[in-house]
Design a protein around this ligand. Structure first.
Ligand code: NDP
Length: 328
Protein backbone atom coordinates (compact mmCIF):
# COMPACT_ATOMS: atom_id res chain seq x y z
CA UNK A 1 0.00 0.00 0.00
CA UNK A 2 1.38 3.40 -0.96
CA UNK A 3 1.44 6.40 1.36
CA UNK A 4 -1.95 8.02 1.88
CA UNK A 5 -3.32 11.33 3.11
CA UNK A 6 -5.37 11.63 6.27
CA UNK A 7 -6.38 14.06 8.98
CA UNK A 8 -4.42 13.12 12.09
CA UNK A 9 -5.20 14.11 15.66
CA UNK A 10 -2.33 14.11 18.13
CA UNK A 11 -2.26 14.75 21.86
CA UNK A 12 1.10 15.09 23.58
CA UNK A 13 3.27 17.62 25.47
CA UNK A 14 2.78 20.03 22.56
CA UNK A 15 -0.99 19.92 23.10
CA UNK A 16 -4.08 18.68 21.28
CA UNK A 17 -4.05 19.30 17.53
CA UNK A 18 -5.45 18.11 14.22
CA UNK A 19 -3.74 18.50 10.84
CA UNK A 20 -3.41 16.85 7.44
CA UNK A 21 -0.63 14.24 7.37
CA UNK A 22 0.87 11.58 5.13
CA UNK A 23 0.56 8.10 6.63
CA UNK A 24 1.62 4.60 5.56
CA UNK A 25 0.40 1.03 5.92
CA UNK A 26 2.33 0.61 9.20
CA UNK A 27 0.11 3.31 10.76
CA UNK A 28 -3.09 1.34 10.12
CA UNK A 29 -4.78 -0.69 12.85
CA UNK A 30 -5.97 -4.29 12.63
CA UNK A 31 -8.73 -5.39 10.29
CA UNK A 32 -9.58 -8.00 7.69
CA UNK A 33 -10.79 -5.58 5.02
CA UNK A 34 -8.91 -2.69 3.36
CA UNK A 35 -10.91 0.07 1.72
CA UNK A 36 -9.95 2.85 -0.69
CA UNK A 37 -12.14 5.57 0.78
CA UNK A 38 -14.03 7.57 -1.86
CA UNK A 39 -16.36 9.61 0.36
CA UNK A 40 -16.73 10.60 3.99
CA UNK A 41 -18.74 13.21 5.87
CA UNK A 42 -18.59 15.43 8.93
CA UNK A 43 -20.68 14.57 11.96
CA UNK A 44 -21.01 16.60 15.15
CA UNK A 45 -18.83 13.99 16.84
CA UNK A 46 -16.06 14.57 14.26
CA UNK A 47 -16.18 18.25 15.19
CA UNK A 48 -15.78 17.36 18.87
CA UNK A 49 -12.87 15.05 17.99
CA UNK A 50 -11.02 17.59 15.85
CA UNK A 51 -11.44 20.47 18.31
CA UNK A 52 -10.95 18.35 21.44
CA UNK A 53 -14.07 20.00 22.93
CA UNK A 54 -15.19 16.64 24.31
CA UNK A 55 -13.13 13.52 25.02
CA UNK A 56 -14.33 11.65 21.94
CA UNK A 57 -10.90 10.38 20.91
CA UNK A 58 -9.59 7.59 23.10
CA UNK A 59 -6.44 6.60 21.15
CA UNK A 60 -3.67 8.78 19.74
CA UNK A 61 -2.73 9.37 17.03
CA UNK A 62 -6.25 9.17 15.64
CA UNK A 63 -7.83 9.69 12.24
CA UNK A 64 -11.26 11.28 12.81
CA UNK A 65 -14.29 10.36 10.72
CA UNK A 66 -17.17 8.31 12.06
CA UNK A 67 -18.29 7.35 8.53
CA UNK A 68 -16.82 6.36 5.20
CA UNK A 69 -17.78 4.74 1.90
CA UNK A 70 -15.36 3.23 -0.56
CA UNK A 71 -14.13 0.26 -2.60
CA UNK A 72 -12.71 -2.89 -1.05
CA UNK A 73 -9.05 -3.37 -2.07
CA UNK A 74 -8.26 -6.40 0.13
CA UNK A 75 -10.54 -8.76 2.00
CA UNK A 76 -10.10 -11.80 4.20
CA UNK A 77 -13.77 -11.58 5.22
CA UNK A 78 -16.22 -14.00 3.57
CA UNK A 79 -18.89 -11.35 2.90
CA UNK A 80 -16.68 -8.93 0.92
CA UNK A 81 -14.64 -9.11 -2.28
CA UNK A 82 -12.21 -6.74 -3.97
CA UNK A 83 -14.17 -4.08 -5.83
CA UNK A 84 -17.29 -4.18 -3.60
CA UNK A 85 -18.62 -0.79 -2.54
CA UNK A 86 -19.13 -0.68 1.23
CA UNK A 87 -20.31 1.70 3.95
CA UNK A 88 -18.98 1.92 7.49
CA UNK A 89 -20.25 4.02 10.35
CA UNK A 90 -20.01 4.09 14.14
CA UNK A 91 -18.23 1.01 15.56
CA UNK A 92 -15.68 3.24 17.29
CA UNK A 93 -14.39 4.74 14.03
CA UNK A 94 -12.71 8.06 14.76
CA UNK A 95 -12.86 7.28 18.50
CA UNK A 96 -10.91 4.09 19.24
CA UNK A 97 -10.24 2.87 15.68
CA UNK A 98 -8.77 4.99 12.86
CA UNK A 99 -11.66 6.67 11.06
CA UNK A 100 -12.83 7.70 7.61
CA UNK A 101 -11.21 11.10 6.98
CA UNK A 102 -8.37 9.38 5.11
CA UNK A 103 -7.71 7.91 1.68
CA UNK A 104 -7.39 4.41 3.17
CA UNK A 105 -9.11 2.45 5.93
CA UNK A 106 -8.51 -0.99 7.43
CA UNK A 107 -11.43 -2.33 9.46
CA UNK A 108 -13.23 -5.46 10.59
CA UNK A 109 -15.62 -6.81 7.94
CA UNK A 110 -18.20 -7.07 10.75
CA UNK A 111 -18.49 -3.29 10.68
CA UNK A 112 -19.25 -3.04 6.97
CA UNK A 113 -22.56 -2.93 5.16
CA UNK A 114 -22.71 -3.41 1.37
CA UNK A 115 -23.92 -0.28 -0.39
CA UNK A 116 -27.68 -0.86 -0.70
CA UNK A 117 -29.21 -0.93 -4.17
CA UNK A 118 -30.53 2.49 -5.13
CA UNK A 119 -27.82 4.51 -3.37
CA UNK A 120 -24.48 5.85 -4.59
CA UNK A 121 -21.47 6.07 -2.27
CA UNK A 122 -21.89 9.88 -2.22
CA UNK A 123 -25.59 9.58 -1.28
CA UNK A 124 -24.69 7.08 1.46
CA UNK A 125 -22.33 9.67 2.95
CA UNK A 126 -24.93 12.41 2.52
CA UNK A 127 -26.97 10.18 4.81
CA UNK A 128 -24.04 9.09 7.02
CA UNK A 129 -24.35 8.27 10.72
CA UNK A 130 -26.61 11.32 11.08
CA UNK A 131 -29.16 9.94 8.63
CA UNK A 132 -28.70 6.41 9.90
CA UNK A 133 -29.43 7.66 13.43
CA UNK A 134 -32.57 9.43 12.14
CA UNK A 135 -33.71 6.14 10.62
CA UNK A 136 -33.07 4.35 13.92
CA UNK A 137 -35.32 6.96 15.58
CA UNK A 138 -38.05 6.37 12.99
CA UNK A 139 -37.77 2.58 13.46
CA UNK A 140 -37.98 3.06 17.25
CA UNK A 141 -41.17 5.13 16.93
CA UNK A 142 -42.65 2.56 14.54
CA UNK A 143 -41.79 -0.28 16.96
CA UNK A 144 -43.76 1.65 19.56
CA UNK A 145 -46.78 1.45 17.24
CA UNK A 146 -46.74 5.11 16.29
CA UNK A 147 -47.92 6.20 12.85
CA UNK A 148 -48.88 9.48 11.17
CA UNK A 149 -52.59 9.07 12.04
CA UNK A 150 -51.75 9.38 15.77
CA UNK A 151 -50.80 13.07 15.50
CA UNK A 152 -47.87 15.41 14.83
CA UNK A 153 -44.22 14.51 15.35
CA UNK A 154 -41.71 17.11 16.60
CA UNK A 155 -38.09 17.13 15.45
CA UNK A 156 -35.68 19.22 17.54
CA UNK A 157 -32.40 20.57 16.18
CA UNK A 158 -34.24 20.32 12.87
CA UNK A 159 -31.76 22.22 10.70
CA UNK A 160 -28.86 20.06 11.86
CA UNK A 161 -27.70 16.84 10.18
CA UNK A 162 -29.77 14.32 12.15
CA UNK A 163 -32.72 16.71 12.30
CA UNK A 164 -32.78 17.47 8.57
CA UNK A 165 -32.86 13.80 7.58
CA UNK A 166 -35.48 13.08 10.26
CA UNK A 167 -37.71 15.87 8.91
CA UNK A 168 -37.37 14.57 5.34
CA UNK A 169 -37.91 10.92 6.30
CA UNK A 170 -40.92 11.52 8.53
CA UNK A 171 -42.57 13.92 6.07
CA UNK A 172 -41.99 11.38 3.28
CA UNK A 173 -43.70 8.73 5.43
CA UNK A 174 -46.76 10.97 5.78
CA UNK A 175 -46.19 12.51 9.22
CA UNK A 176 -47.23 16.09 10.08
CA UNK A 177 -43.74 17.30 11.05
CA UNK A 178 -43.22 20.16 13.50
CA UNK A 179 -39.62 21.31 13.09
CA UNK A 180 -37.98 23.13 16.00
CA UNK A 181 -35.08 25.37 15.03
CA UNK A 182 -33.13 28.29 16.42
CA UNK A 183 -32.32 29.52 12.92
CA UNK A 184 -35.34 31.32 11.41
CA UNK A 185 -33.31 31.84 8.24
CA UNK A 186 -33.64 28.07 7.69
CA UNK A 187 -37.47 28.07 7.76
CA UNK A 188 -37.80 27.90 3.96
CA UNK A 189 -35.20 25.13 3.87
CA UNK A 190 -37.10 23.11 6.50
CA UNK A 191 -40.37 23.60 4.60
CA UNK A 192 -38.63 22.35 1.46
CA UNK A 193 -37.70 19.17 3.35
CA UNK A 194 -41.38 18.64 4.21
CA UNK A 195 -41.87 20.38 7.58
CA UNK A 196 -45.54 21.31 8.00
CA UNK A 197 -44.93 23.71 10.92
CA UNK A 198 -41.89 25.43 12.37
CA UNK A 199 -41.44 26.49 15.98
CA UNK A 200 -38.68 28.63 17.47
CA UNK A 201 -36.41 26.46 19.60
CA UNK A 202 -36.62 29.13 22.36
CA UNK A 203 -40.16 27.84 22.94
CA UNK A 204 -38.68 24.52 24.09
CA UNK A 205 -35.28 25.43 25.48
CA UNK A 206 -36.35 27.35 28.62
CA UNK A 207 -37.59 25.47 31.71
CA UNK A 208 -41.34 24.75 31.60
CA UNK A 209 -44.05 22.92 33.60
CA UNK A 210 -43.77 19.14 34.14
CA UNK A 211 -46.97 18.62 32.14
CA UNK A 212 -47.95 20.96 29.34
CA UNK A 213 -50.65 21.05 26.66
CA UNK A 214 -50.49 17.81 24.66
CA UNK A 215 -49.10 18.73 21.29
CA UNK A 216 -47.10 15.84 19.80
CA UNK A 217 -47.80 12.12 19.33
CA UNK A 218 -44.10 11.50 18.81
CA UNK A 219 -40.72 13.18 18.90
CA UNK A 220 -37.20 12.88 17.56
CA UNK A 221 -34.91 14.79 19.89
CA UNK A 222 -31.33 15.64 18.94
CA UNK A 223 -30.93 18.33 21.60
CA UNK A 224 -31.45 16.78 25.07
CA UNK A 225 -31.48 18.90 28.25
CA UNK A 226 -34.43 21.25 28.93
CA UNK A 227 -35.65 20.85 25.35
CA UNK A 228 -36.17 17.11 25.81
CA UNK A 229 -37.90 17.73 29.16
CA UNK A 230 -40.34 20.12 27.44
CA UNK A 231 -40.92 17.74 24.52
CA UNK A 232 -41.80 14.98 27.00
CA UNK A 233 -44.12 17.37 28.85
CA UNK A 234 -45.97 18.12 25.57
CA UNK A 235 -46.21 14.51 24.34
CA UNK A 236 -49.71 13.04 24.11
CA UNK A 237 -50.98 9.96 26.00
CA UNK A 238 -49.09 6.80 24.94
CA UNK A 239 -46.75 8.80 22.75
CA UNK A 240 -43.00 8.28 22.56
CA UNK A 241 -39.87 10.34 22.07
CA UNK A 242 -36.74 8.90 20.48
CA UNK A 243 -33.76 10.68 22.07
CA UNK A 244 -30.46 10.56 20.25
CA UNK A 245 -28.56 13.81 20.87
CA UNK A 246 -27.30 16.35 23.37
CA UNK A 247 -26.72 19.55 21.35
CA UNK A 248 -28.19 21.62 24.22
CA UNK A 249 -26.70 19.48 26.99
CA UNK A 250 -26.31 16.06 28.58
CA UNK A 251 -28.59 16.73 31.54
CA UNK A 252 -32.30 15.90 31.57
CA UNK A 253 -34.07 18.21 34.04
CA UNK A 254 -37.44 16.46 33.75
CA UNK A 255 -40.01 14.92 36.09
CA UNK A 256 -41.62 11.50 35.85
CA UNK A 257 -45.04 13.14 35.31
CA UNK A 258 -45.25 12.45 31.53
CA UNK A 259 -44.32 8.79 32.14
CA UNK A 260 -46.67 8.03 35.02
CA UNK A 261 -49.59 10.32 34.14
CA UNK A 262 -49.62 10.05 30.35
CA UNK A 263 -47.86 6.76 29.63
CA UNK A 264 -45.25 8.58 27.57
CA UNK A 265 -42.14 6.57 26.63
CA UNK A 266 -38.61 7.81 26.23
CA UNK A 267 -36.62 5.65 23.84
CA UNK A 268 -32.85 5.91 23.71
CA UNK A 269 -31.20 5.63 20.31
CA UNK A 270 -27.52 4.93 19.73
CA UNK A 271 -25.85 4.30 16.41
CA UNK A 272 -22.34 3.25 17.33
CA UNK A 273 -22.44 -0.43 18.28
CA UNK A 274 -22.37 -2.78 15.33
CA UNK A 275 -25.62 -4.71 15.07
CA UNK A 276 -25.46 -5.87 11.49
CA UNK A 277 -29.11 -6.99 10.99
CA UNK A 278 -30.37 -3.62 12.27
CA UNK A 279 -27.77 -1.74 10.22
CA UNK A 280 -28.78 -3.52 7.02
CA UNK A 281 -32.50 -2.98 7.69
CA UNK A 282 -32.00 0.72 8.45
CA UNK A 283 -29.88 1.24 5.31
CA UNK A 284 -32.42 -0.59 3.15
CA UNK A 285 -35.21 1.60 4.56
CA UNK A 286 -33.08 4.71 3.92
CA UNK A 287 -32.49 3.63 0.31
CA UNK A 288 -36.25 3.10 -0.11
CA UNK A 289 -37.86 5.86 1.97
CA UNK A 290 -35.60 8.89 1.64
CA UNK A 291 -36.39 11.00 -1.41
CA UNK A 292 -33.14 11.46 -3.36
CA UNK A 293 -34.08 14.95 -4.54
CA UNK A 294 -34.70 16.04 -0.94
CA UNK A 295 -31.43 14.43 0.11
CA UNK A 296 -29.62 16.40 -2.60
CA UNK A 297 -31.31 19.61 -1.42
CA UNK A 298 -29.95 19.21 2.11
CA UNK A 299 -26.45 18.18 1.02
CA UNK A 300 -23.36 20.19 0.27
CA UNK A 301 -20.20 18.65 -1.15
CA UNK A 302 -16.68 19.74 -0.24
CA UNK A 303 -13.18 18.53 -1.19
CA UNK A 304 -10.98 16.68 1.31
CA UNK A 305 -8.91 19.86 1.75
CA UNK A 306 -11.93 21.59 3.34
CA UNK A 307 -12.78 18.76 5.77
CA UNK A 308 -10.72 20.02 8.72
CA UNK A 309 -12.14 23.52 8.64
CA UNK A 310 -15.69 22.15 8.25
CA UNK A 311 -15.21 19.79 11.20
CA UNK A 312 -14.21 22.79 13.32
CA UNK A 313 -17.28 24.80 12.29
CA UNK A 314 -19.89 22.08 12.97
CA UNK A 315 -19.43 22.44 16.74
CA UNK A 316 -20.52 26.07 16.56
CA UNK A 317 -23.78 25.04 14.84
CA UNK A 318 -22.78 26.65 11.56
CA UNK A 319 -23.44 23.72 9.25
CA UNK A 320 -26.88 23.19 7.75
CA UNK A 321 -28.03 19.71 6.80
CA UNK A 322 -25.43 17.27 5.53
CA UNK A 323 -21.95 17.59 4.11
CA UNK A 324 -20.23 15.05 1.85
CA UNK A 325 -16.43 15.04 1.71
CA UNK A 326 -15.03 13.79 -1.61
CA UNK A 327 -11.86 11.86 -0.90
CA UNK A 328 -10.86 9.65 -3.80
P1 NDP B 1 -25.59 19.28 14.04
O1 NDP B 1 -24.63 20.22 14.65
O2 NDP B 1 -25.68 19.17 12.56
O3 NDP B 1 -27.07 19.64 14.57
C1 NDP B 1 -27.36 19.94 15.91
C2 NDP B 1 -28.51 20.94 15.92
O4 NDP B 1 -28.95 21.12 17.24
C3 NDP B 1 -28.09 22.33 15.44
O5 NDP B 1 -28.13 22.44 14.04
C4 NDP B 1 -29.17 23.17 16.10
O6 NDP B 1 -30.35 23.05 15.32
C5 NDP B 1 -29.44 22.45 17.41
N1 NDP B 1 -28.73 23.07 18.55
C6 NDP B 1 -27.41 23.34 18.63
N2 NDP B 1 -27.11 23.91 19.81
C7 NDP B 1 -28.29 24.01 20.49
C8 NDP B 1 -28.66 24.51 21.77
N3 NDP B 1 -27.76 25.04 22.60
N4 NDP B 1 -29.96 24.45 22.13
C9 NDP B 1 -30.89 23.91 21.31
N5 NDP B 1 -30.60 23.42 20.07
C10 NDP B 1 -29.32 23.47 19.69
O7 NDP B 1 -25.33 17.84 14.69
P2 NDP B 1 -25.91 16.40 14.24
O8 NDP B 1 -27.25 16.59 13.64
O9 NDP B 1 -24.87 15.66 13.50
O10 NDP B 1 -26.06 15.69 15.67
C11 NDP B 1 -27.11 16.12 16.55
C12 NDP B 1 -26.94 15.47 17.90
O11 NDP B 1 -27.11 14.06 17.78
C13 NDP B 1 -25.56 15.69 18.53
O12 NDP B 1 -25.72 15.88 19.90
C14 NDP B 1 -24.84 14.38 18.23
O13 NDP B 1 -23.83 14.13 19.17
C15 NDP B 1 -25.99 13.39 18.34
N6 NDP B 1 -25.79 12.14 17.61
C16 NDP B 1 -26.01 10.99 18.29
C17 NDP B 1 -25.89 9.78 17.68
C18 NDP B 1 -26.22 8.56 18.44
O14 NDP B 1 -25.75 7.47 18.11
N7 NDP B 1 -27.05 8.67 19.47
C19 NDP B 1 -25.43 9.67 16.29
C20 NDP B 1 -25.30 10.94 15.61
C21 NDP B 1 -25.45 12.14 16.28
P3 NDP B 1 -31.17 24.35 14.86
O15 NDP B 1 -30.15 25.26 14.24
O16 NDP B 1 -32.17 23.83 13.90
O17 NDP B 1 -31.77 24.93 16.10
Amino acid sequence: MSAFRAIRIDKDEAGYRAAYAELGEADLMEGDVDVAVTHSTINYKDGLAVTGKAPVVRRFPMIPGVDFAGRVTRSAHPDFRIGDTVIAGGCGLGEVHLGGLAERARVSGHWLVPLPEGLTAAQAMAIGSAGYTSMLCVLALERHGLEPAKGPVVVTGAAGGVGSVAVALLAGLGWHVVASTGRPEENAYLKSLGAAEIIDRAELSAPGKPLQKQQFAAGVDTVGSVTLANVLARTMWDGAVAACGNAQGMELPATVAPFILRGVSLIGVESVRPCIPLRRRAWERLARDLDKGTLAAMTETAPFDAALERARSIVSGKIRGRLVIEIG
